[in-house]
Ligand binder design. Structure first.
Ligand code: XMP
Length: 505
């Protein structure tokens, strides 16, 4: 997939994989030589926010159109096909946005087996006014005389979005393109991915050694397990315990990866380094910066002790790749500086291995299960790189970490007991800097306020606060106040994202 910045690009790549065809997303302007080296069976040109006739509109390498590889241009992708092949695109009299119907005039292969009147989702301002030589119109809508086009030689353009659920026949159209036009077989599945990744890692690493930093999360665990399967005995894992993890998380990593899977694992308790770096820091961005910098410092120190290592394996995922490679104009405004175990400087002396760089979280989970990682590790809710440091509002101290860990344990425990863990994106506790008055027995107390946050989300980009049953909230509250020393009040966060964010810092 050539990405021109559509908000749906990732979704298209994903729909293609759901059809059992492996797909990768790369910047739309990538030179043909680089694309060709990946030997694609088909190319999809995504939509995007630009207008093809603007002077700085991102274009395809013209060699892409002449390569004889089946092409499907979607929205902006279709307009690019038209513009770069000599047709005309102009601003539409009015934007066409939302549900529409198209009439198929010529099914070619793309609409084979489908009705002639199809509900689709449109989202465009520009439209094709003159079709390029060799192409013919395949479908029209009330507002777009050319809603789909094809050249009979495997090149297609569609103005609507087949990837969204509001285009019910979208899957069938994509399948027609993949199977009938491009001759893909649709046999890609997690097991195939594992086989291919293992073979690729083996070929690349040979008899050399690999280092992998474990964070406690699913991504780094899956990356390490893949490398371990490919080159057993040549992987060393490093687990930096930053002291900012939840209760039991560190022990669990060591148990599963070290004892259960038999991976050589060295674990370092660096909590003192992190606490020192965070002493007196209140500003959220400064906390994030310091956690990131301390991680690099500790990692370099520990990795420096290991000799003869050439590769560094990282669990970088697709969304991370996209964020760092998107076209400048598409880059989102920085809300928070995200820190991951992947956030290492580029000048490290290792070659990188990133076996998951084209996958989504749920695909990584499926692969983790297939590799035999335990369910609770694979389905662990997302946890921020800077850990509990960004869930303690105000200064991070060992004592406050202990308080938050105890409260957080109860929140997760009750969520699991209510059978809600898997349906929530995240559920956790926040330690606020507030003190409030309470009464316990006959005594006045003056203690901390803990906030509980639980959200539903598809991807973490937007989120809604979870309507947790009152009974679950009541049990959590009672347990926190009774079991966590120094806490005498619990509040529930009822804000959505936007305008709030999921984490408080
Ligand atoms: P926000 O707070 O920005 O969080 O709404 C969105 C999602 O990202 C997680 N998050 C992070 N993940 N490193 C990460 O790997 C980070 O620095 C980081 N900060 C926030 C957050 O938990 C939520 O799922």
């Amino acid at each position: 997939m050539l990405d021109f910045g559509s908000q749906y690009s990732q979704l298209i790549a994903r729909r293609i994989r759901e059809a059992g065809v492996y797909s990768e997303l790369i910047p739309g302007t990538t030179p043909w030589a680089v694309i060709e080296a990946r030997r694609p069976k088909a190319l999809v040109l995504s939509g995007g926010p630009s207008s093809v006739y603007e002077p700085d509109a991102p274009l395809c390498d013209p060699a892409v159109f002449a390569a004889g590889v089946p092409l499907l241009g979607i929205c902006y992708g279709m307009q690019l096909l038209v513009h770069q092949l000599g047709g005309r695109v102009a601003a539409g009299a009015r934007r066409e946005y939302g549900a529409a119907r198209i009439n198929v005039d010529d099914p070619m292969l793309l609409f084979q087996g489908l009705a002639t009147d199809l509900p689709v989702w449109m989202s465009h301002g520009d439209r094709v006014t003159e079709i390029p030589a060799g192409f013919r119109s395949l479908a029209h809508s009330a507002n777009s005389p050319i809603a789909a086009m094809g050249d009979g030689a495997g090149r297609f353009g569609i103005q609507f979005h087949p990837e969204v659920i509001h285009t019910p026949p979208g899957r069938e159209i994509l399948r027609n393109f993949l199977y009938r036009v491009a001759g893909c077989r649709g046999d890609w599945k997690p097991a195939t991915f594992i086989e291919q990744a293992v073979a690729a890692i083996r070929a690349e690493v040979g008899s050399r050694r690999v280092l992998c930093a474990l964070s406690g999360g699913v991504d780094s665990a899956v990356a390490a397990t893949l490398v371990h399967r490919a080159v057993p005995g040549q992987l060393t894992c490093l687990f930096v315990d930053n002291g900012l993890l939840r209760r039991d998380e560190g022990r669990r990593v060591i148990d599963v990866m070290g004892r259960h899977l038999g991976i050589e694992l060295s674990s370092v308790d660096a909590s003192a380094d992190f606490l020192r770096a965070l002493a007196g820091v209140i500003d959220p961005e400064e906390k994030r910066r310091r956690v990131g910098a301390t991680f690099i410092e500790v990692f370099e120190r520990e990795a420096g002790r290991l000799r003869g290592i050439d590769f560094l394996a990282q669990g970088t995922l697709y969304p991370d790749v996209i964020e760092s490679t998107s076209h400048d104009t598409f880059a989102a405004h920085r809300i928070k500086t995200h820190h991951n175990v992947g956030g290492l400087p580029a000048d490290l002396r290792f070659q990188l291995i990133e076996p998951l760089r084209y996958l989504f979280k749920d695909e990584v989970r499926a692969i983790g299960l297939e590799l035999g990682l335990p369910e609770d590790m694979v389905h662990r809710q997302p946890f921020p790189g800077p850990g509990l440091a960004v869930r303690i509002i105000g200064e991070v101290t060992r004592e406050r970490l202990d308080t938050l860990r105890a409260a957080d344990w109860i929140v997760v425990d009750e969520i699991k007991a209510a059978g809600l863990y898997r349906s929530l994106w995240q559920a956790f506790a926040i330690l606020t800097p507030l003190q409030s008055v309470g009464v316990m027995g006959d005594y006045r107390t003056y203690g901390s306020v803990v906030a509980v946050r639980a959200v539903e989300s598809e991807d973490g980009m937007t989120a809604d606060w979870a309507r947790l049953p009152y009974d679950v909230l009541a049990t959590m509250s009672t347990r926190i106040v009774n079991e966590v020393p120094g806490v005498n009040r619990v509040v529930y966060d009822i804000s959505s994202k936007p305008p709030s964010t999921i984490e408080w810092e």
